[in-house]
Write a protein that binds this ligand. Sequence first.
Ligand code: BGP
Length: 460
Amino acid sequence: MDYQFPEGFLWGGASSGPQSEGGSTEGDRVMSEWDYWFSKEPERFYRQVGPSVTSDFYHKYPEYIEKMKAAGVKSYRTSIQWSRVIRDCDGTVNEDGIQFYNQVIDELIRNGIEPMMCLHHFDLPLYWVEKGGFENRETAYAFARFAAVCFGRFGDRVKYWTTFNEPVIIPETGYLYQRHYPAVCDAGKAAAVGYHVQLASSLAVAEFRKSGCDGKIGIIINLTPTYCENPEKAEDRRAAEILDLIFNRSFLDPSVKGEYPVELKELLEAEGILPEVSEGDREMIRENTVDYLGVNYYHPRRAKARTTVYEGPLMPEKYYEPYEFEGQKMNTSRGWEIYEPAIYDIAMNLKENYGNIPWYISENGMGIQDEEQFMGADGMVEDDYRIEFIKEHLTYLHKAIEEGCNCFGYHLWSPFDCWSWTNAYKNRYGLLRVDIYDGCKITMKKSAHWFRKLSENNGF
Ligand code: BGP
């Protein structure tokens, strides 16, 4: 064994409620922003496939759990859909939704799989979208009430909680880059939304502390280490620093340290988009930091100083230009750079600048288009590229652990193929193949067999 991991290391899989469950109208679930957006603008979605079926986990969860276990998955990170558990703005609890998640949690535990529950994975119920979503501060308080219901109903068995998955994506893709609802470009709104999401997270942490649950509460942040083209050039370094502030430190600092970076405040102030802060907010954020972090890592960012004057609406692009270089590895299906050493850099940053907070990889993975082309005669997908991808990332993670970083698990996105926002089923990520158009038949890929050994041996 070349790479042995610490005892008790969690080898897991990550998915989310809206991307796996389907059963979108069952158990009296109400519409979420995704159901709504799809009903209005189906052309935005790859091959016009929406979120109503996804992987059909709602009906097939016992089979998924059994097969995940067979693939060596020891912990399963998913999300509780707010739209399944709470019916309206008044907070009416939907007992059918509670029963569904109770069954899932119990089934996971029965199979020796640790349930890890996230409370928001890009999916706001429509009734809060209609009130302005996170543009409206009220949504933050409603989120905390929903979180309190979940702690009360599931907190006796769920030990790992997280408030948000990739909170920066909410302002980034919904209010700047227009890939999520409401698909507008408005930096002022983006800043306010980001602030309210952080407030919502801190309010939920406060509810968790009050609940008396004996688990831990964290947040899942997608970290994109930012490298500049020429570290000798102050302007290039500055471009990378600004991106780091916007995309990484905007949630990392308040969630872990309880305060925003001064430089970020100055940047927003200079642009005239500093969000309104109400009395008591600062204390709420300062006093309710997280116990641990989930880190989603897919790709880095590459920045250099702008060579031309930026014109157009206020966007991060005002401050940088991306650069490419020879030998840059790409996942061409997804258009993301593959850069494994970044996982080590993330680990060292958390160790040195964030008090060596406990953390785990809550997502890392490789989506491949037309994956059936790699299917052997026996019908098994021979996904050696996925095995290599995992191994190469783990090599750097292992090095960081040897050097004292506090990482306690690795979760692959995803244990099974699932629906992927506007990309629908274009790219497949799973250890388990799901034949979406054949009753969601589930089969093991080569990587599932490999992952089982990885998990059994606690290394490779
Ligand atoms: C993360 C999200 C996941 C998942 C994953 C893969 O950012 O948390 O929900 O979708 O990325 O990305 P994609 O589905 O866009 O290919």
